[in-house]
Design a protein around this ligand. Structure first.
Ligand SMILES: NC(=O)c1ccc[n+]([C@@H]2O[C@H](COP(=O)([O-])OP(=O)(O)OC[C@H]3O[C@@H](n4cnc5c(N)ncnc54)[C@H](O)[C@@H]3O)[C@@H](O)[C@H]2O)c1
Length: 271
């Protein structure tokens, strides 16, 4: 790799579970681009053991943290800053809904599970940034990213309360982005990614239909996790130093399309 967009940069990557995870791809690319980082995931994910293979590949270590626990997050930032000094990037690649996993209809959601989804999938982003902010753990110009989905803007059946969680996540990026930008010149953005075949993605009822529908409508087709990781690298780099408080669609054009010829052909039975 001749281009080292992240040379000298240090960070934390949340959410690499297995090779299909978007965060896994981001870690591989960040390493290729010269970054050093801590990998983290929830204790239950660590027990699966796969993340250690990634850590070995990226010449780094894994620090367990439940992203809903301030205590865990404080420990994580403490370990990372003791190792590297102040950090330059953070990736929040976390999502989980028991209602979605158990295929509960939107009109019959379990509200305790809903609270848990929102805590894990959205409030954890605020908790992560607030912990970093209070500990002054990020350098001037650092870049914080979270991954989101267009169900924050449009309704998709089967996505349960994750739609609301993603709306909240995107709003946290704007609101925290204001304070973090003003006070410490840190940028905060969300990347709204195409349907992607991963553990979290495939847990959604009718995921194949989501995937194929978006693929047919998007002029470039669906963005895969590899290209999403490339976009994350650019967003962590200094090339995007003035971009903040944005929800950035990384979806092959899906978010801007009304109807495609491929779709018309399909709907008219090829006539
Ligand atoms: N796959 C898709 O179609 C798609 C599309 C758009 C956005 N996204 C978003 O991308 C992100 C990554 O998802 P993915 O598709 O790579 O799936 P994934 O299942 O590989 O990643 C989700 C991660 O969240 C972690 N996690 C769950 N609870 C946690 C907790 N309490 N503390 C810390 N970590 C916790 C899991 O262990 C896992 O590593 C999520 O925010 C997801 O909503 C995914």
């Amino acid at each position: 790799m001749s281009l080292q967009l992240l040379k000298g940069k240090k960070g934390i990557i949340f959410g690499a579970l297995d090779e299909s995870s978007i965060a896994w791809k981001v870690a591989e690319k960040a390493f290729e681009h010269g970054a050093e980082f801590i990998l983290t995931n929830a204790p239950v994910a660590l027990r699966m053991g796969k993340i250690n293979q990634l850590a070995e590949k990226c010449n780094t270590e894994v620090v367990g943290a439940d992203a809903t626990s301030i205590e865990d997050l404080e420990n994580l930032f403490k370990v990372a800053t003791e190792k590297y000094g102040k950090l330059d990037f953070v990736l929040h690649s976390i999502g989980m809904s028991i209602n979605v996993r158990k295929k509960k209809p939107y009109t019959d959601l379990n509200h305790d599970w809903m609270m848990k989804s929102i805590d894990i999938s959205a409030i954890s982003f605020h908790k992560t940034m607030q912990t970093a902010y209070k500990m002054d753990a990020l350098n001037n110009g650092a870049s914080v990213l979270a991954l989101t989905y267009i169900a924050a803007q449009k309704t998709f059946p089967g996505y349960g309360e994750m739609a609301e969680a993603k709306s909240m996540l995107e709003s946290f990026a704007r609101s925290f982005g204001y304070y973090y930008g003003k006070d410490k010149k840190v940028r905060v953005n969300t990347i709204s990614q195409s349907p992607t075949i991963t553990t979290a993605g495939s847990g959604i009822e009718g995921f194949d239909v989501f995937y194929n529908y978006a693929e047919k409508l998007s002029p470039l087709g669906n963005a895969d996790s590899d290209s999403c990781a490339d976009y994350c690298i650019v967003m962590f780099s200094d090339l995007t130093r003035m971009v903040t408080m944005q929800n950035l669609f990384h979806d092959g054009g899906y978010s801007s399309i009304g109807l495609s010829e491929a779709f018309i052909e399909e709907m008219s039975g090829g006539k």
